[in-house]
Design a protein around this ligand. Structure first.
Ligand code: 0O2
Length: 216
């Protein structure tokens, strides 16, 4: 990680200093999205006494992660090209209680007039080879400025508590081993098995909720 930082040192310095105005629009959209979903959470609690949202996090992509993605995708180091091609500079993660709540959130997003869905990546139905599960919704979010309206790209990741447990711990292990490829094969298999067990638990809890709701 430190080595990567030094390789990209000049560009990281440029991103941190000269690109501050470019990143502002993503900061603004993150504030707006976070606040919108916080309000939704409060509203659902007030109306139904229950909200499917467990927690919401907002993150701006780190310069090193952005540079690695720019290189991987062969995107020119120019603001317009990056805005067009890198859709997750602004990222929101919504953690829900149950599996059905993930898709309920997606339906909610589809109905919003301030969000345009660009792409839905369903890594729940089609998990990543690592075992990772989550629903990624790439959107453009409406931002009202003093004299213009712009649509800013953002990625909304929606996942259950169980998927979040797995992804958070697996991310920490990846960091320790400096990348998934470096984790020994037998340990990667253990991680995949834990992901499957987590998902089995999600399915069981979802079924249990349905059964209890219908019997009450
Ligand atoms: P960061 O900056 O650390 O958050 P694309 O080319 O855009 O279609 P990309 O960028 O690879 O494809 O997007 P993808 O795979 O849809 O989503 C990448 C993000 O999903 C990652 O962000 C993680 O947040 C999450 N993710 C994907 N695979 C895994 C995995 O195996 N384990 C964990 N823990 N998370 C995963 P980044 O890229 O790390 O960026």
């Amino acid at each position: 990680m430190l080595q990567e930082y030094y390789i990209h040192f000049d560009k990281i310095t440029e991103l941190k200093n000269e690109w501050v105005p470019f990143f502002k629009r993503y900061e603004m959209v993150l504030k707006e999205l976070k606040s919108d979903f916080d309000i939704l959470d409060l509203e659902w609690q007030a109306i139904y006494g229950y909200s499917p949202i467990e927690n919401i996090k907002a993150r701006l992509k780190q310069p090193i992660s952005l540079l690695k993605k720019i290189e991987r995708k062969g995107v020119p180091f120019e603001q317009e090209a990056i805005n067009e091609n890198i859709r997750d500079i602004a990222g929101i993660r919504i953690v829900t209680s149950f599996l059905d709540d993930v898709y309920m959130m997606l339906e909610h997003i589809k109905k919003r007039e301030d969000l345009r869905i660009v792409e839905v990546k369903d890594y729940i139905q089609n998990p990543k080879p690592s075992g990772y599960r989550s629903l990624h919704v790439i959107v453009e979010s409406k931002l009202i400025l003093s004299d213009s309206v712009i649509w800013v790209p953002a990625e909304i990741q929606i996942r259950t508590l169980s998927m979040d447990f797995w992804a958070s711990l697996e991310h920490k292990l990846q960091y320790k081993y400096k990348g998934m490829d470096e984790i020994p094969e037998e340990d990667r298999e253990i991680l995949k098995q834990v992901a499957v067990t987590s998902f089995t638990n999600d399915v069981k809890m979802n079924q249990l909720r349905k059964k209890l709701l219908h019997s009450s």
